[in-house]
Structures are given as structure tokens and as C-alpha cells.
Design a protein around this ligand. Structure first.
Ligand code: KE4
Length: 432
């Protein structure tokens, strides 16, 4: 039975009531509202390492990591120091500064597809800019995306198939004009035949195929062997651009992201989250001939007051350099494997055969026994059981993403003690 009295977080409840007066849904981003699991969100005003502290000073082991950026844990000293030093030199210039060049050089060195890159302030801006650039470069209008993939709140990408393997999208969000949504074809992930059919029917009009090469916004699942290669070949053959949205996977699954691991090089890449060390940063880049279409040299306009902001550059550079200095990806894999072992033994103890997907330090426990490799299979999960699991875990000091359709994140700050506590809590939460 859920330990209901610990569910009361009086000061968070008070703050949430106040928030509802001024902020839609009381939150600045919908997923924070706990609508996927019920109950009310809690508020945090302090975080350190793998732990967060709510307004009632309750402590939690954090497996969300502000949705990915906190790969070194919260407030890593090396990043905090870099921001402090940068702040003393000015908060924003709106004039080119050397750290923007250093960041661009590092990104082009690390990420296989990047010959040139431009900084923006969010993952949404990064994917939006990739789509506009692809349309400007190819002179075509249609975009292929995949159900279950999320690319930020870009009008052209807030679109999901109605039914059938190949369809013109219907807006997922009010406010997206049908005329725009119809330019987006939404296909099932891991379905090469559907992509081939789309190119057969509309190949000459397709500007780009955009995807998360490891979809992690419907829970987490992986591309089947050959799927990414098929997309690469079809785009090359038909003159469409391949766009990898690595906002979540960039610098996390490997130094050069999924494209380093899989050996498939997209034409454009969108980046975010880890790149900013917790501050608002996104980036997009790719082939030089495509990027040179951007203003001021080219006809595709894209801009941003705070793009390349000196504090954000300092934070991002400090985080990325620390990842490289410590070869963090090795430790993240070790921690991810330990977390997986703990979770699988908890499932065995509970007599459950739920599906657990993981790549490095990103994971998702689906409350279904089915293999999960696309949105449809992810949606066979039992959301009520997940909600009970989520709240029991939270009430016992472990914070997972408040939705079955999100990924979990482990940082280099998570300790064996955190893992042991988590495995113990998970064992009981699975039976909540
Ligand atoms: P932002 O605009 O939120 O920085 O990035 C959008 C975005 C783009 N591409 C991918 C693959 C993403 O995962 C995201 C944002 N991810 C969500 C978590 N599922 C952010 C959390 C939120 O929306 O509050």
C-alpha cells in the first residue's frame, strides 16, 4: 500500500497553488506537471551531484538529471567555477566572443557530421533550424519524421500520423496550420518498407528525414539493424537530407553521439542538453555546403540574441572538457550496466518480466512484457502500474521521470550506494 503520509509535500503543495495563479498548468514545461502519473509536482531549489532536494528538504536520488544535461551530476564544481569566472567578465555581449569559436572547433572535432556549426539556445531551435535549412538547401517542402520521436515544439514537427503506415500528418498541437502539418509525413519507426514507400510516392518532394537515432521520447528503444543505414541510402539516392536529432544522445552515449557508434553520418545534426552544462544551449551543424546556405552568406535566415552566450559557452565547454578528461563514457557504461543488473534482479524478485531497454546511461523500464521497438509497442505498457511505481519510488527517495514515455538518465555522480538504495526501493515499488 502506498505510504500516503510521505506523499504530502506541504511546501511544494503551497508553491504549486501559487504557481497555478501565474503559470499555465503551474509549470514552464508540460512534462513537469505530473499529468502522466497523477498527483502534484514537487518543487526543488537545490541540487548537488546525483541528488535533488525539495522545498520540504526531502532528498531524492535523481534519474532525470534535468532531462539529460546533468551528465556530471548537478552543480559539478568544474562547471560552476567556469560560470562564476565568466560572469565576472560580463553576462552577454551580442558580439562574437572567443569561446564561441572554441566551442565550434570542439564540436566539429568531436561530432562526425559537423563541418560547420551554429549555436542556438535550445534543442527546439536546433531542430527548427535544421528543418528550415533542409528546405532551403533542397528547395523541397516535405519532411519525414517518425511516430514517437519528439524534436521540440517546432510547428512542422508537432505532427503525428493519423492511421496507416504512410499519412500526411494531423497536428498534434492546436495552432499548427493543417497546410503546414500536411507537409510532414509521419511513419512508424523501424519500418524501412514504410520509408521506401514514402520515397516511391513523394521522393522528389522530400527535403529531409529527421529522427532521434535512439528514440527516447516514448520511453527508449533502439533502431533495428540496418534501419539507419537504409535511411542514409534512401536520402542519398533521392537527394533528401538525413537529420539526426541528437539533442538527448549527443555527448551522452558516446563522445560523438550515436553517429559515432553506428557509423552512419547524417547531413545535419541537432544538439542540446549536455552541450550547455545545464545552461540554455543548443547547436546545429553538418556539411559545409549546407551550412553555408545560412545568413549572412546564404538565403536561409536564422538568428538569436543569446546564441553563443558567454556563460553558456563557458558552462558547456567546462562540461564537455571534463567528460573528455575523465573519459566519462566508460564510467557511464559501467554505472548503466550496474543499474540494469539491479533493476533486472528486482524484476526477478518481484516475479515480473517487464521490458528494460538501455544504451549507456540512458534507460527505460516499460511496464509491458512485449519487446519495445516503436511507439505502438511502447504504448502496450500499463500506465497505471507505472504511476504507482513512480509515486512509491518518489515517496521513498528515488525520482524517476514522471511519465512512462520518457527516458531515465544516470550521471557520473551516481554512486554504488545510490544504486543499492535504488534497487531496494525499486523492488518494493514494482509491487506497489
Ligand atoms: P528543448 O527545446 O526542450 O531544449 O529540446 C527539445 C528536444 C529536441 N529533441 C529531443 C530528442 C529532445 O528530447 C528534446 C527535449 N526533450 C524533453 C524530454 N523528453 C525535454 C523536457 C521537456 O520538454 O520539459
Amino acid at each position: 500500500m502506498m505510504n500516503t503520509e510521505t506523499r504530502v509535500r506541504p511546501r511544494s503543495a503551497e508553491m504549486f497553488a501559487e504557481a497555478l495563479r501565474y503559470i499555465p498548468g503551474g509549470v514552464n514545461s508540460p512534462v513537469r506537471a505530473f499529468r502522466g502519473v497523477g498527483g502534484e509536482p514537487f518543487f526543488v531549489n537545490r541540487a548537488l551531484g546525483a541528488h535533488i532536494f525539495d522545498l520540504d528538504e526531502r532528498e531524492y536520488v535523481d534519474y532525470v538529471g534535468t532531462w539529460g544535461p546533468a551528465i556530471l551530476g548537478h552543480a559539478p564544481a568544474v562547471v560552476v567555477e567556469a560560470v562564476r569566472a565568466a560572469a565576472g567578465r560580463g553576462l552577454s555581449f551580442g558580439i562574437p566572443n572567443p569561446d564561441e569559436v572554441e566551442m565550434a572547433r570542439l564540436l566539429c572535432d568531436w561530432v562526425p557530421s559537423l563541418e560547420k556549426v551554429r549555436m542556438v539556445n535550445s534543442g527546439t531551435e536546433a531542430t527548427m533550424s535544421c528543418v528550415r535549412l533542409a528546405r532551403g538547401f533542397t528547395g523541397r517542402d516535405r519532411i519525414i519524421k517518425f511516430t514517437g520521436c519528439y524534436h521540440g515544439h517546432v510547428d512542422s514537427l508537432l505532427v503525428k500520423a493519423g492511421s496507416g503506415a504512410l499519412t500526411h500528418g494531423r497536428p498534434d498541437s492546436a495552432g499548427v496550420p493543417a497546410a503546414l502539418a500536411e507537409l510532414t509525413l509521419t511513419l512508424p519507426f523501424n519500418d524501412p518498407a514504410a520509408v521506401r514507400a514514402a520515397f516511391e510516392r513523394e521522393g522528389g518532394q522530400i527535403a529531409a528525414v529527421i529522427l532521434e537515432p535512439v528514440p527516447a521520447n516514448a520511453g527508449l528503444y533502439l533502431a533495428r539493424d540496418g534501419f539507419l543505414e537504409t535511411l542514409r541510402d534512401l536520402c542519398t539516392q533521392r537527394g533528401a537530407l538525413l537529420i539526426f536529432d541528437e539533442v538527448m544522445t549527443g555527448f551522452r552515449v558516446a563522445k560523438g553521439g550515436v553517429q559515432e557508434l553506428c557509423g552512419v553520418t547524417p547531413d545535419l545534426t541537432a544538439l542540446g542538453k549536455v552541450i550547455g552544462g545545464g545552461l540554455p544551449v543548443g547547436a546545429f551543424g553538418g556539411r559545409e555546403d549546407i551550412m553555408d546556405m545560412l545568413s549572412p552568406d546564404g538565403p536561409v535566415y536564422q538568428a538569436g540574441t543569446l546564441s553563443g552566450n558567454p556563460l553558456a559557452m563557458a558552462a558547456g565547454l567546462a562540461q564537455l572538457r571534463e567528460l573528455e578528461r575523465t573519459n566519462a563514457w566508460e564510467k557511464l557504461e559501467t554505472l548503466g550496466a550496474a543499474f540494469e543488473d539491479g533493476t533486472r534482479s528486482a524484476l526477478r524478485r518481484a516475479g515480473l518480466r517487464y521490458t528494460f531497454n538501455r544504451i549507456g546511461s540512458m534507460f527505460c523500464l516499460f511496464f509491458t512484457e512485449n519487446e519495445v521497438s516503436d511507439l505502438a509497442s511502447a504504448q502496450t505498457s500499463n500506465r497505471e502500474a507505472f504511476a504507482r511505481f513512480f509515486h512509491h519510488s518518489l515517496d521513498n527517495g528515488v525520482y524517476f521521470a514522471p511519465s512512462q514515455f520518457e527516458a531515465g538518465f544516470i550521471s557520473t555522480a551516481h554512486t554504488a550506494e545510490d544504486m543499492a538504495k535504488t534497487s531496494e526501493v525499486v523492488s518494493k515499488a514494482l509491487l506497489a
